[in-house]
Design a protein around this ligand. Structure first.
Ligand code: BGC
Length: 764
C-alpha cells in the first residue's frame, strides 16, 4: 500500500517536473524509493543522486515570510528564498504555519525541485501552538510527568494539524539565575528533575510512532551551557568548569538523547572560549561521539554567522567551515552554508564526507517522519479546523495549569476562599489581562485568547466580586520584539483600588510580570514586582490585611516584603490559555494545590545565582557569634526566601520511619511513611535527596535523586519506596568518567529541599 502510494507520488512528481522547463533539462530519474528498504539504504541511495548543491540545500533552513523570532537578516528577501526553494537549496523552513502556507512551500520542494525532497517544517511549539499550556517552568512546578507529557502530546497534535512536523522544544537548559529571562522556558535549576521532564516532553512530542501525522520531531536545546550566561544576561559568555558541565548541564541533554530526541539545537553562547556552534567537544565528542546521537543538530538563529561577532571566525566562509567541522548540521538563518560550503568543499578545505554525514542525519529524520511517504501528511485542512481548541486539548492544558500552581504561603487558612457570602476585591492589571498569561512564546496564539483571572473568578457566582485595575503594568502597545514600557509613575487608580479593598472581606491581588518581560532577550537586574505594583500592594495592605497575592510571572521574583506581610501567596506563573480557570479553581479549593518550586526564590537579587544543590565550601558555618570569617553576606541571609521543592497544600502531610535497606553493594532501598494529617484530600511530591559525604570531587550538600507524586485522603497513610542505584549515587569526575566511590552517604526525604528528615548508609 505504502509502496504504491509512493510510486504514484513519484510518477506525479516526474510528470509535474516535465512542466517546469528549467528543471526538465536536468531531470534525473529518482526511481522508486522502495518503502521496504531500510531507511539507511534509502538514505544512501538518495545521497548518491544528489549534487553537492542539493546536499548543502538540505542543510539550509530559512525563516518563512511572516513571523520573525530573531534579528531580521539583511539578505533574506522572499524572492531569493523562493528561488532557492525551487532549486532545491532549502531543506527546511521555520515559522511557516497553517496548512495552506505549509502546503504552498512543500509543493515547491516536492513538485518543482529536481529530486522532490520534502521540507521539514520547524516551529517553536514551546508550550503549545494556538492553545497554550503553562510556560515550561510552570509545568516543571507540577512535578507531574504524565501531565507534562500529555501537554507536549496535545501541542504536537495541534501543531501537526497546522502543517508543522518539528518543534524547537524542549529547552532543557539548567539555570540558576532568575535574572536570565529564558528560565521561563526550561525546567529550573535541577538536573534530575530537568532530565525526567526532558524525557517526558520528548516522549510527548514524538510519541511511540514518529511517522504518525499527530506526532512531531522534538529538539533538545540549547546545546550547551546557555543557561549559565554570565550575570544572567542573555547571549552572554559562559565559562563553567568540567564538573558543572558533566553533572549539572549535560544530564537533561543526555536524557533527551536517550529518549531518542531527533534533533538538537546548538546555542548562541560561547562555552569556555569556543562558541557552541563551532564547538567540536560539544557536538562531535560528547553528542555524536559519546552519546551516539543519530539525529541532526540545527544551529540557533543566525548563530553560525554570529561566530564572526564572537571574534572566533573572521568571515562567513570561515564560520561555515568551523560550524560544519564542529558538527552543526543545519544552518538556521545565517545564509552561510548555502553561500559558502560548496566552495569550501571544492577547495578541499571541507571534506565532502562531513556534508554527507550532515545530510544523512537530516534525511533520516525526514524518512522517520514519513515525509517521503506523504509530504503532505501534516496538511489536512479538515483536521486543522477540527483540532484547534478541541475538548481534549482544552482539558489537558487546564489540567496541567492547575497542577503547576504553587501555594507559597497560607496563613490562618485564608485559602481556599469561601464560595458564598463574601465581598471580594480583585485588584491588579494582570487580573484582567487575557494575553500576558500566554507568555512570550506564543507566535501562533491569538492575542486576548487566555481566560483571565477575572473571568475565572466570575464563574463562581456565590460572592460579590469587584474588580479594579489599580494601576497599569505597561504603557502603550506591547510587541514581541520591542522593549516594553513599564508604568513606573501612574498611580491615578490607586485611590479606587484602596476604596474597593476597604469594603472587601478578602482582597485578591494579581501582580507580577507582563508576558513579554520573560523569555528570550528579556533579562532583568531587578527581580522585584515591576513598576508601581509593590507600592500598590503596600497601599492596599494598609486598609485590608486579608490579601491573597496571586503572582503571574515567568521567573522567581524577590518578594520578601510580601512574604513578611501578606497572609496568602500563590505562585501562578504564566499558565496559558486556561490560566484564569486554573487559578480560580485553586483559589476556591476545587483543586488542592500540589505544585513545588523548580527554582529557588531569592530574598534579594544579590544572592543570585542561588540554588539548593550548592557545595559546602571550606567555611560553611558561623564559627562563633558575630564572627565574620565564614561564607556569607553581611547584609542578607544565605538562605533563599522559598527553597527549591517548596510548595504547600490545603491539607498537611507528615513523614516518618525513614529507613534504608542495602540490597547489594550499590543498590539501596529507601522507604518512608507518608500520612495526610489534614482535613482535605491532597497530593504531595515526596522528594528524595542524597549527599555523598566525602568524594574525590566535592559533592553538593543535597542532590535530588527521586520524587513521587502521591495522593492521599485525610488520615490515609502510605509507605513510599525508592531505589538508589549507581546511576543515582555516582557522579562524573573531571575527565567525564562516571563513577561511584565508596563511603558514607546521607539521604533526606521530605516535601522540599529544606527537609531535615535524614538517614545514612555506606557504599563499600
Ligand atoms: C531561539 C531558539 C528558537 C529560534 C527559532 C532563537 O532565537 O534562541 O530557541 O528556537 O530562535 O525561533
Amino acid at each position: 500500500m505504502k509502496t504504491s502510494k509512493l510510486f504514484i507520488l513519484l510518477i506525479t512528481l516526474l510528470f509535474l517536473n516535465v512542466s517546469c522547463k528549467e528543471q526538465a533539462e536536468n531531470n534525473v530519474n529518482v526511481g522508486t524509493i522502495d518503502s521496504q528498504d531500510s531507511i539507511e539504504k534509502k538514505i544512501t541511495d538518495l545521497l548518491l543522486k544528489m549534487t553537492l548543491e542539493e546536499k548543502i540545500g538540505q542543510m539550509n533552513q530559512y525563516n518563512g515570510f511572516w513571523d520573525v523570532t530573531g534579528p531580521k537578516p539583511a539578505d533574506g528577501d522572499a524572492a531569493m528564498k523562493y528561488d532557492h526553494l525551487r532549486k532545491g537549496y532549502v531543506g527546511s523552513m521555520l515559522n511557516v504555519r497553517g496548512v495552506k502556507e505549509v502546503k504552498a512551500v512543500q509543493k515547491i520542494a516536492v513538485e518543482e525541485t529536481r529530486l522532490g525532497i520534502p521540507l521539514i517544517i520547524g516551529f517553536d511549539v514551546i508550550h503549545g501552538y494556538k492553545t497554550l499550556s503553562p510556560i515550561p517552568l510552570a509545568e516543571a512546578a507540577s512535578w507531574d510527568l504524565e501531565a507534562i507529557k500529555k501537554s507536549a502530546q496535545v501541542a504536537a497534535k495541534e501543531s501537526s494539524a497546522a502543517g508543522i512536523n518539528w518543534t524547537f522544544a524542549p529547552m532543557v537548559d539548567i539555570s540558576r539565575d532568575a535574572r536570565w529571562g529564558r528560565v521561563m522556558e526550561g525546567s529550573g535549576e535541577d538536573p534530575y528533575l530537568g532530565s525526567k521532564i526532558a524525557e517526558a516532553r520528548v516522549q510527548g512530542f514524538q510519541g511511540d510512532d514518529l511517522s504518525s501525522s499527530e506526532t512531531i520531531a522534538a529538539c533538545a536545546k540549547h546545546w550547551g551551557g546557555y543557561g549559565f550566561a554570565e550575570a544572567g544576561r542573555d547571549y552572554n559568555t559562559v565559562d563553567v568548569g568540567t564538573s558543572t558541565l558533566y553533572n549539572i548541564i549535560f544530564p537533561p541533554f543526555e536524557a533527551a538523547a536517550n529518549a531518542d530526541v531527533k534533533t538538537f539545537m546548538n546555542s548562541f553562547n560561547e562555552l569556555n572560549g569556543i562558541p557552541a556552534t563551532g564547538n567540536v567537544f560539544l557536538q562531535r565528542d560528547i553528542l555524536k561521539g559519546n552519546w551516539g546521537f543519530k539525529g541532526f543538530v540545527v544551529s540557533d538563529w543566525g548563530s553560525i554567522n554570529e561566530m564572526i561577532n564572537h571574534k572566533f571566525a573572521e568571515n562567513k566562509k570561515q564560520a561555515a567551515k568551523l560550524a560544519v567541522i564542529a558538527g552543526s548540521d543545519m544552518d538556521m538563518e545565517s545564509y552561510v552554508y548555502v553561500d559558502e560550503l560548496a566552495n569550501l568543499v571544492r577547495e578541499g578545505v571541507v571534506d565532502e564526507s562531513l556534508i554527507d554525514d550532515a545530510v544523512k542525519r537530516i534525511l533520516r529524520v525526514k524518512f522517520e517522519l514519513g515525509l517521503f511517504d506523504d509530504p503532505y501528511k501534516y496538511c489536512n485542512e479538515a483536521r486543522e479546523a477540527e483540532v484547534t481548541e478541541s475538548k481534549e486539548i482544552k482539558e489537558a492544558v487546564l489540567d496541567v495549569a492547575k497542577k503547576s500552581i504553587v501555594l507559597l504561603k497560607n496563613e490562618n487558612q485564608l485559602l481556599p476562599l469561601k464560595k458564598e457570602g463574601q465581598k471580594i476585591a480583585l485588584i491588579g492589571a494582570l487580573a484582567s489581562d487575557k494575553t500576558s498569561p500566554l507568555g512570550s512564546w506564543r507566535i501562533a496564539a491569538e492575542d486576548n485568547s487566555a481566560i483571565s483571572v477575572l473571568e475565572g473568578m466570575q464563574s463562581y457566582t456565590g460572592n460579590i466580586l469587584n474588580y479594579v485595575k489599580g494601576a497599569d503594568l505597561t504603557i502603550g502597545k506591547a510587541e514581541f520584539s520591542k522593549e516594553l514600557n513599564i508604568n513606573t509613575k501612574d498611580k491615578s487608580e490607586f485611590a479606587k483600588a484602596i476604596e474597593t479593598a476597604k469594603k472587601a472581606d478578602v482582597v485578591v491581588m494579581v501582580l507580577g510580570e507582563h508576558g513579554f518581560q520573560t523569555g528570550e532577550a528579556r533579562s532583568r537586574t531587578d527581580l522585584n514586582l515591576p513598576g508601581v505594583q509593590q507600592e500598590l500592594l503596600e497601599a492596599v495592605y494598609k486598609v485590608n490585611k486579608n490579601i491573597v497575592l496571586v503572582l503571574n510571572n515567568g521567573r522567581p521574583l524577590t518578594i520578601p516584603w510580601a512574604d513578611e506581610h501578606i497572609p496568602a501567596i500563590v505562585e501562578a506563573w504564566q499558565l496559558g490559555t486556561q490560566s484564569g480557570n486554573a487559578i480560580a479553581q485553586v483559589l476556591y479549593g476545587d483543586y488542592n494545590p500540589s505544585g513545588k518550586l523548580p527554582m529557588s526564590f531569592p530574598r534579594s537579587v544579590g544572592q543570585v545565582p542561588i540554588y539548593y544543590n550548592h557545595k559546602n565550601t571550606g567555611r560553611p558555618t558561623l564559627p562563633a557569634p558575630n564572627e565574620v570569617f565564614w561564607s556569607h553576606y553581611i547584609d542578607e541571609s544565605n538562605d533563599p526566601l522559598y527553597p527549591f521543592g517548596h510548595g504547600l497544600s490545603y491539607t498537611s502531610f507528615s513523614y516518618s520511619n525513614l529507613t534504608v535497606n542495602k540490597i547489594s553493594n550499590d543498590v539501596f532501598k529507601v522507604s518512608v511513611d507518608l500520612k495526610n494529617t489534614g482535613k482535605l484530600s491532597g497530593k504531595e511530591v515526596i522528594q528524595l535527596y542524597i549527599q555523598d559525604l566525602f568524594a574525590s570531587i566535592t559533592r553538593p550538600v543535597k542532590e535530588l535523586k527521586g520524587f513521587q507524586l502521591v495522593e492521599l485522603e485525610p488520615n490515609q497513610g502510605k509507605t513510599i519506596t525508592f531505589n538508589l542505584t549507581k546511576k543515582e549515587l555516582g557522579f562524573y569526575d573531571n575527565d567525564g568518567v562516571f563513577k561511584l566511590e565508596p563511603g558514607e552517604f546521607k539521604i533526606y526525604v521530605g516535601g522540599s529541599s529544606k527537609t531535615d528528615l535524614d538517614s545514612s548508609f555506606n557504599v563499600e
